[in-house]
Every structure is written in structure tokens, then in C-alpha cells.
Design a protein around this ligand. Structure first.
Ligand code: DC
Length: 226
């Protein structure tokens, strides 16, 4: 049975606004489940590319195999791990070849329907914080608490570039910036559930805020609802 005290929190916005880190921190604080919906699109991208020996995306073939995709999340020492057909792919899905293809996979309508249904399932008992692009608009239009984070693309690129340096990913700032501009374009212009602020979402421009400041601001809003 749904817990009446818990609700659904949605956190949408373009790439590298800190959504996942914030959602993770909030979920630990509130005792909520955190679902990073972007990682589901990434896992599906890995699945799609593995169907082809040359790792070329073939949407017509891919859609025939959707029912063979099983995605689970498991928490291991505060770390959220994602499993694709029982294989831990948490590390693999962050690699550049996935990042470069994921927006093309995410625009396939059959995949979106498939993953949105799974995402709704995760929220059926409430107590969920989910981050992504269409969570407040399409996945949980009736969520009690919705946020939409924005930030200048240069600020996001710098953040992502520094993060990747730490992880040993070898991309220049310019490559990161170009990739974000490309993904922003694909995410906002696609026909199916584009990146868009829900009318009832609280919009926060995080360009000049630390992650800590944003976290405190989100928590203040959430506490008002509780
Ligand atoms: O948040 P991320 O960068 O890991 O997301 C990867 C891609 O997945 C991103 O380019 C857009 C897509 N995505 C989506 O279309 N809808 C979502 N709810 C989440 C992500």
C-alpha cells in the first residue's frame, strides 16, 4: 500500500545541472528511493549498440528486442548501481561512446513508452525521487513536488569537464561543451516528450550556486510540502 506520508519528487533539467547528485543526497536524507532515469536511457543505449557487431545504432532492429531489456537498481553502500539483464553496467554507461549516442536512442518513441512504463512502476508506492527530462511532465504529471533546474551551458560544460578529469575521461573542455550543446538541442527539439519545464515545477537557475546551496533550497521547498 502507498505510504500516505511519502510523495513523488521530480527533478528535471538539462545535462550537468547536478540533478543526479542532488537527487541522491535528498533520497538519503528523506529515506526515498532514487531513480536516475537518464541511466535507464544509457543502459538501453548500451543494449542497442551491443546488438550490432560494429556498435552501430539500428533503431528498426533495436525496437524488436525491447522486451529483452531488464533494468534494476540496487543500492550498495550508499552507491546506486544499475543492472542491465543482471550485469552491473554502472561504469560502462558513463563512457563517451554511450554519452555520444544516448540522445539518438532516447528519441525512439517505442523505447520511451517502454521506459516510462517502468518508471511509473518505480513510483507506484511513492517515496521516490526521480531525475531526468520528462519526469514532471510525462512520467509523473501529478507529482506533489516538481523542480526544474537550469544553468548556462558554459557553466555546465566546465562542471562536466572537471568531473570527467577526475574520472580519468580524456575529453577537452570544447568537446564537452559541443556534446552538451548537441544534446540540449536533441533533448529540447525531439517530438516525443521533449525536455520542458512542467507548468507547476519550481524553476531554479543554478549557474551561480554551489551544489550545497541548491540542496538546501530544494530541501526547504520539500519541507514546506511535508
Ligand atoms: O541525465 P543523463 O545525461 O544521464 O541522460 C542521458 C540522456 O538520456 C540524455 O541525453 C537525455 C536522455 N533522457 C531522456 O530523454 N529522458 C529522461 N527522462 C532522462 C534522460
Amino acid at each position: 500500500m502507498a505510504n500516505p506520508k511519502k510523495f513523488i519528487i521530480t527533478l528535471d533539467g538539462p545535462a550537468s545541472t547536478g540533478k543526479s547528485s542532488l537527487a541522491k543526497r535528498l533520497s538519503n536524507k528523506l529515506g526515498y528511493i532514487h531513480i536516475d532515469s537518464g541511466s535507464m536511457y544509457r543502459a538501453a543505449t548500451l543494449f542497442a549498440l551491443r546488438l550490432d557487431p560494429e556498435r552501430i545504432l539500428r533503431p528498426n532492429i533495436f525496437v524488436k528486442y525491447l522486451s529483452e531489456i531488464k533494468i534494476d537498481f540496487k543500492k550498495n553502500h550508499e552507491e546506486q548501481k544499475i543492472f542491465l539483464n543482471n550485469e552491473d553496467v554502472s561504469h560502462e554507461i558513463r563512457k563517451t561512446y554511450i554519452t555520444n549516442e544516448v540522445s539518438n536512442v532516447a528519441k525512439i518513441p517505442e523505447l520511451r513508452t517502454f521506459l516510462v512504463n517502468k518508471q511509473k512502476e518505480f513510483g507506484k508506492n511513492k517515496g521516490v525521487i526521480m531525475d531526468g527530462r520528462d519526469i514532471g511532465t510525462i512520467v509523473f504529471p501529478n507529482a506533489e513536488c516538481k523542480f526544474f533546474l537550469t544553468a548556462k551551458v558554459e557553466v555546465r560544460a566546465k562542471r562536466r569537464y572537471l568531473e570527467q578529469l577526475k574520472q580519468g575521461i580524456n575529453q577537452t573542455y570544447k568537446m564537452v561543451l559541443d556534446n552538451l550543446i548537441m544534446r540540449d538541442g536533441l533533448d529540447t527539439k525531439r517530438v516525443n516528450s521533449p525536455l520542458k519545464k512542467a507548468v507547476d515545477a519550481i524553476e531554479i537557475d543554478v549557474s551561480n550556486m554551489t551544489l550545497d546551496d541548491v540542496y538546501k533550497k530544494l530541501l526547504t521547498h520539500i519541507k514546506k510540502i511535508k
